[in-house]
Structures are given as C-alpha cells and as structure tokens.
Design a protein around this ligand. Structure first.
Ligand SMILES: [Zn+2]
Ligand SMILES: [Zn+2]
Length: 99
C-alpha cells in the first residue's frame, strides 16, 4: 500500500486525475484566417516533479477548412494556481504540421 500513498501525494501536484499529465485544450489561430480546436493530454512530466518540470505534447486538432494540424511543443514550467496546491502550464507550440 506504500505505492498508493505515493500516488496520492503526486496527484495533488497535478490538475488532472492522472498523476503526471495535464488535460490541455484551446484554439489555434493562424494567418490563414481560421481556427482549429484541440484538446488532449500532455505527455509525462520531464525534469522530475518539482518546480522546474515541464511536459511535451503532440496533439491533432479538429478539422477546419477541410484539414487539420499536428501540433507539437512543450509547456512552460509550472505556474502555481492561487489558493490551491494545483499547478498549470502555459503551452508553447513549437511546430504545426498540416495533415
Ligand atoms: Zn489550418
Ligand atoms: Zn505539470
């Protein structure tokens, strides 16, 4: 039952029920003049679980204008959510591929 205790502690660091990942969603906007919605889950924490960790992600957007995109990038380091032990991240998109 040691393992279960440890999971619980880590769960408090995350916004999601999952121990190491975050739910992410948003809208992309491009110069092309249309938007794509995306939502999904980030990858696991990199750089430990502390104040310097970040996550990588790869996310397919919804269709718009007859196509969609594969987004990939990473998050910022954690941002404390005030009045709670949760944290969140800003999303840094590094590449957008039309698929
Ligand atoms: Zn597009
Ligand atoms: Zn995180």
């Amino acid at each position: 039952m040691n393992k279960g205790k440890r999971s619980l502690k880590k769960a408090r660091l995350s916004q999601t029920r999952d121990r190491f990942q975050h739910r992410m969603s948003g809208n992309t906007s491009f110069n092309e003049g249309h938007r794509h919605r995306y939502s999904g889950i980030t990858g696991p924490a990199i750089n430990g679980q502390g104040p310097r960790h970040f996550h990588r992600f790869r996310q397919l957007t919804r269709f718009a204008d007859g196509h969609r995109h594969l987004l990939s990038g990473k998050t910022s380091v954690p941002i404390r959510v005030s009045d709670s032990t949760l944290h969140r991240h800003d999303i840094i998109i590094e590449s957008i591929k039309r698929v």
